[in-house]
Design a protein around this ligand. Structure first.
Ligand SMILES: Nc1ncnc2c1ncn2[C@@H]1O[C@H](COP(=O)(O)OP(=O)(O)OP(=O)(O)O)[C@@H](O)[C@H]1O
Ligand SMILES: [Mg+2]
Length: 277
């Protein structure tokens, strides 16, 4: 009897951008962005300054609304407030300077458990602090629980920001140039950390970077944003879109160098050579 082969179901898109435009008056920032992001992908986003990369991330958190088109998460419109399923880490300043490391991480959980007071008591408070301590350990800050951000190096602050974003178990982690201000050696440590967290927490990551090598090293997919058309008389007339979209196969890294050159041509920035592939 003929055997019936069942195909594994194709993973549905976690995020869908459908003909998305972002405009401020007559200034077009993004135009006709149409793409889908699969769950558990690691998407690196590159592009020249002002191409709308941060705007693209803000569409996912709901901080920015498309002027045309739709952004969907699990098939439903991405809502106004960044919910717990979307964690964000910026290049700098995403931690609270007046809170210790432990309190910084516990803060999000406190608010989730007691939105009006932002404070918890008794057994629930202990559980939150234990969870925050475990998250600090996961990012290598187990010995820094009681210190404040001003007493930390840039790398430690970014670890703290990542712990703060992850403690609420987001499905999507948005990173906006998270390692741009860090020394090369520290950046390599952060690469290991983020790849480990991505796998252990089955996250979907979208990361903006100016470093093409970093984009190709970490990503399973590389998107480059740029304008397809330009009007020298009216530079604001046209917006940027994803002009390059490349799926990386980690098993066959051959060809990546030529892809990096292609991206360099689009983006107009040379890959920095302090991040080995
Ligand atoms: N509220 C606003 N009003 C008008 N223009 C805006 C506003 N917010 C952003 N823009 C414009 O949108 C464009 C895209 O900005 P965005 O910050 O997304 O770029 P980016 O690619 O992240 O740049 P960078 O690499 O420098 O961080 C810029 O030209 C910016 O001036
Ligand atoms: Mg930006």
């Amino acid at each position: 009897m003929a055997q019936v082969l069942t195909m594994p179901p194709r993973p549905a898109a976690l995020l869908s951008f459908e003909e998305v435009w972002v405009e401020y008056g007559d200034k077009v920032v993004l135009e006709r962005v149409s793409l889908q992001i699969a769950p558990q992908s690691f998407v690196s986003i590159v592009g020249p300054s002002g191409a709308g990369k941060s705007t693209f991330l803000r569409l996912i958190t709901g901080q920015e609304q498309p002027t045309r088109g739709r952004v969907l998460m699990d098939g439903a419109p991405a809502c106004d407030e960044p919910g717990p399923e979307r964690g964000v880490v910026f290049q700098r300043y995403s931690v609270f300077p007046h809170l210790s490391a432990l309190d910084n991480v516990a803060f999000g959980l406190n608010c989730a458990g007691s939105p009006l007071l932002g404070r918890l008591f008794g057994a629930r408070r202990r559980a939150v602090r234990e969870e925050a301590a475990a998250m600090l350990e996961a990012v290598g800050l187990q010995d820094a629980r009681e210190i404040y951000p001003s007493q930390m190096s840039g790398g430690m602050q970014q670890r703290l920001a990542i712990a703060q974003a992850l403690v609420r178990h987001p499905r999507v982690l948005l990173l906006d140039e998270p390692f741009g201000a860090l020394d090369p050696g520290i950046r390599l440590d952060m690469h290991e950390l983020i790849l480990g967290l991505w796998q252990r927490h089955t996250l979907t990551i979208l990361m903006v970077t100016h470093d093409i090598k970093e984009a190709f090293k970490l990503g399973t997919r590389v998107l480059a944003f740029d304008k397809r058309r330009r009007d020298p008389q009216a530079p604001h007339r046209y917006g940027a879109t994803a002009v390059y979209d490349f799926l990386l196969d980690r098993k066959s890294p051959l060809g990546v160098l030529s892809e990096m050159e292609a991206v360099q041509d689009i983006v107009g920035i040379a890959p920095s050579f302090d991040v080995p592939l």
